[in-house]
Structure formats: C-alpha cells, structure tokens
Design a protein around this ligand. Sequence first.
Ligand SMILES: Nc1ncnc2c1ncn2[C@@H]1O[C@H](COP(=O)(O)OP(=O)(O)O)[C@@H](O)[C@H]1O
Ligand SMILES: [Mg+2]
Length: 284
Amino acid sequence: MTERPDRDTTATPGGGATARRGGTTAGPVIEVRDLWKSFGDQEVLRGINLTVLDGETMVVLGPSGCGKSVLLKHVIGLMKPDRGSILVEGNELTGLDGRELKDLRMRFGMVFQGAALFDSMTVGENVGLPLKEHCGIEGDELADLVEGKLGMVGLAGASHLQPSELSGGMKKRVALARAIALDPDIVLYDEPTTGLDPIMAEQINQLIRALQRKIHATSIVVTHDLHSAKFTGDKIALMHEGRIEFVGTMDDLRNSDNEAVRIFIARGYASDHRTAWESRGERQ
Ligand SMILES: Nc1ncnc2c1ncn2[C@@H]1O[C@H](COP(=O)(O)OP(=O)(O)O)[C@@H](O)[C@H]1O
Ligand SMILES: [Mg+2]
C-alpha cells in the first residue's frame, strides 16, 4: 500500500500546487479560527486566526516563548485547544481522535525543533521509519525510497551513518528527509535554522525553498529569525501576546506601522549573525 488514495499522481514536474488543482485560484488548506490555549494561569494562545492557502509558505514569526511551537502542535493535532477551530482542507481537526487523527496526520510532515532523530537508528532507518510504520514498506523498495528522499536533501549515500556522526546541519537535513518521507501535502517546520551556524542556516533556508518548489506542499515555518522568514516565506505572520498581530509579505512587514511589528523589528529578533537584516538585499 504505497499509494495514497488522496494523492494526485498527475502532478507534473514544475507544475505548481495551483496548476495541480486545475488552474483554479488557491484556496485555504489550513484555517485556524479563534484558537485559545492556557496552561494553568498562563494564556498562551488568545484567539489565533491564521489562514494558509494551497501551496503557500506562511512564516510565523515571534519572540522566543510566545507560543509558536504550541500553535504548531495544535495544527498537527498533538495538543487540544481550550476553544477554537482548526480546519484542514475544510475538515475540523480539533474533534478528531484515534484513527481519524492518525489518517489526517499522515498528510503532514513535521520538522521538530532540534531535529529529534533517534540516536540508536541509522540515518536511513530514521528516514524510513514513517514508510515502514505507516505503509509497511520494507527491503529494497524501502531502501530506494529512503535514498530518493536523502537525495532531495543533498545527502545521497548517507543512509548508513549514525546521527552521532552528523553535523547540526546534516541532522536538520535528515529531519527534513524524514518529514517528506510520506509525500505530505503540508509541511510544518519548527525553528529549522535555530542552533546552526550562519553558513549551515543559509543552506537550510535554501533547501527549504528548493523543497517547496519540488514538492509543492503548503507549509508553515515557525521561526524567530527574520532573515530565515524573509528567505523562506511567501507571507509572514507576526505572533504577539497570543494573537496574530499582522499578516503580509516581507515588504508589508517592513513598511508596517503596526506597533507590535515595529517593536519586534526594533528589538532585532534576528538571529545573532543577522541583526543587520534590514540593510541586506536578498530576495528583493
Ligand atoms: N506542555 C506545556 N505545559 C505547560 N506550559 C507549556 C507547555 N508547552 C508550552 N508551554 C508554555 O507555553 C509558552 C509558549 O511556549 P512555546 O510555544 O514553546 O514558545 P515558542 O514561541 O518559543 O515556541 C511558554 O511559556 C511555555 O513554557
Ligand atoms: Mg518553539
């Protein structure tokens, strides 16, 4: 059972997500509506609203501790909200449990903060795990699929390595390969460049961009790094005090007079090596 019935296998190389769906205007794939979540007395999500369109990459920016990972965990069904709604292609996710939630989750790829590889498994076993567990693929077929995914992240031939033999950047690549193992429609990235040196961070940004072109997934990239946001995002959402304060392009963000936006930029919530982000000219 390697084929997934919901998958459109007619997609052609270079055809974007919109083309895949017959040239119609991109509709919403993820809709978060008035989402609330508290831990004890601490209100972390206070009415989040966010819409991500088909094939789009939405960056969620915000300072450390503002609730970005909590938001992603809700979108993938790992946490339940106190109230509010999350629609994935029109299907309500918040009420799902067991088998239904598992089926829906198979459409997501998630790159967890810090890569989260299994240290006792080889690179190939890490990447192949979802294919083995969810699709029962084994043997040469599994090895071929794993090699294909590793090739997509620039790690062809690395299948036999142990995670302990990898640099931080390579671990993130393996995490990306594992996230796309099941050909997801939606990929969620939690702080994909955090903890990497500037060169590796740049390579991961470029890889994310290249993967988006290749697999045409709808994506959410969570980060506190303005440079990464600028490089990977079609749109930027700024999270502030438990709400989405602003959504727009990077240029919109730069020109916004929204107070939360100005404060975020002024405080320089770029990664350490990118504090001069506004003076740089990439992707303009
Ligand atoms: N499972 C949990 N139990 C209690 N508090 C949590 C839990 N997960 C996150 N928090 C709190 O929610 C806030 C937001 O966390 P998080 O989403 O991880 O922030 P970030 O924006 O850095 O990803 C933090 O204050 C954190 O301590
Ligand atoms: Mg986080």
